[in-house]
Design a protein around this ligand. Structure first.
Ligand SMILES: N[C@@H](CCC(=O)N[C@@H](CS)C(=O)NCC(=O)O)C(=O)O
Length: 318
């Protein structure tokens, strides 16, 4: 992590733990907004103006939080407006790095080797974890926001006249329902799989696994007669659920020991995951090679670095 702008502690996937050995995810630090005219964000956040070719996304295809933002960029048809750099999926001692892996990009703006250099360009005294996604402002040379939940909202409404407005990822009529589903799934499922994987005590692991499978039971019931989690259209609730579901059998089941069942054991959830995967544009945001290489490169959990052969993912072409 960075301490006062210097890379000081080698990368450790366990960002923090509480006294009972539970994994704690640290809060994101850059929380500015983008709005049509640069007026403040929905909660008064300082904002910059939506402009074509001004903003850039840095993502890892292994990372569910980063892939949320890639999905929103696709669904809102923002590809021509917001450029993207995909980092190397293999975590290094200095955390995320650019290039050096087949098909991944060099850092295009400043020739940087590591994502932490973006953080210190934005704030030379930055202290904290270096995470993706990063939404970067090329004009101001700074990080607008590094919290995926915020970036989803920014991409949904910030670029009104420039984006495709046929899909509203957070429509007013569904907001309460979306918020409730997000809340139901964040601790127990999206972050719950990490809490199982990085638990430092049996009790912390047991609690987390219990939460993960109760969330899947909830989804199985909830999806019995619905195509999407809230309302009749794809929304941010689907994005947030999908990024965890699609990694489940490939990474969490094995590496994070969330192995009571696989997604294919839940008929409704499995059909739903396929539905979202086949939604136009979404498959392009999923890369199983990166997901497996990235997660299984976490030496804290997998000292040999051996990447397993399975699972079979022939269902993807179904
Ligand atoms: N709250 C952040 C979490 C992002 C996050 O934790 N990303 C992970 C990758 S999956 C990361 O970059 N970890 C690096 C680290 O912990 O040092 C968000 O949702 O955007």
């Amino acid at each position: 992590m960075l301490i006062k702008g210097k890379w000081t502690h080698n990368f450790d996937p366990i960002q923090d733990t509480d006294e009972d050995g539970r994994f704690q995810r640290v809060n994101s630090t850059f929380r500015h907004w983008i709005t049509r005219d640069g007026s403040p964000g929905p909660e008064g956040q300082k904002a910059s103006r939506a402009e074509a070719d001004r903003y850039h996304l840095y993502v890892a295809l292994i990372c569910p939080w980063a892939c949320r933002t890639l999905m929103a960029r696709k669904l809102k048809k923002l590809e021509q407006l917001i450029s993207v750099t995909v980092v190397n999926p293999v975590l290094t001692e200095q955390c995320w790095r650019f290039g050096g892996y087949p098909g991944v990009d060099a850092e295009p703006l400043y020739g940087f080797d590591y994502v932490h250099q973006l953080y210190t360009l934005a704030d030379p005294d930055f202290s904290g974890e270096v995470t993706v996604p990063v939404l970067w402002d090329k004009k101001q040379r700074t990080i607008v926001n590094n919290e995926s939940a915020d970036i989803l909202r920014i991409l949904n409404t910030g670029f009104v006249e420039l984006a495709d407005e046929t899909i509203d990822l957070y429509p007013p009529a569904q907001q309460a329902e979306i918020d409730a589903i997000n809340q139901r799934l964040y601790d127990s499922f999206n972050n719950g799989v990490y809490q199982a994987g990085f638990a430092q005590t049996q009790q912390a692991y047991d609690e987390a696994v219990n939460g993960v499978f109760s969330a899947l039971d909830f989804l199985e019931r909830h999806l019995q007669q619905r195509d999407y989690l809230a309302g009749e259209q794809i929304s941010e609730a689907d994005i947030r659920a999908f990024v965890t579901l699609i990694r489940f059998d490939a990474a969490y089941y094995g590496l994070f020991k969330t192995n009571l069942k696989q997604i294919r054991d839940y008929a409704n959830v499995f059909a739903y995951m396929q539905r979202i995967y086949h939604y136009p544009g979404i498959a392009e945001t999923v890369n199983f090679e990166h997901i497996k290489q990235g997660y299984y490169s976490l030496r804290a959990l997998n000292p040999t670095g051996i990447v397993p052969a399975g699972p079979q993912i022939s269902w993807l072409s179904a």
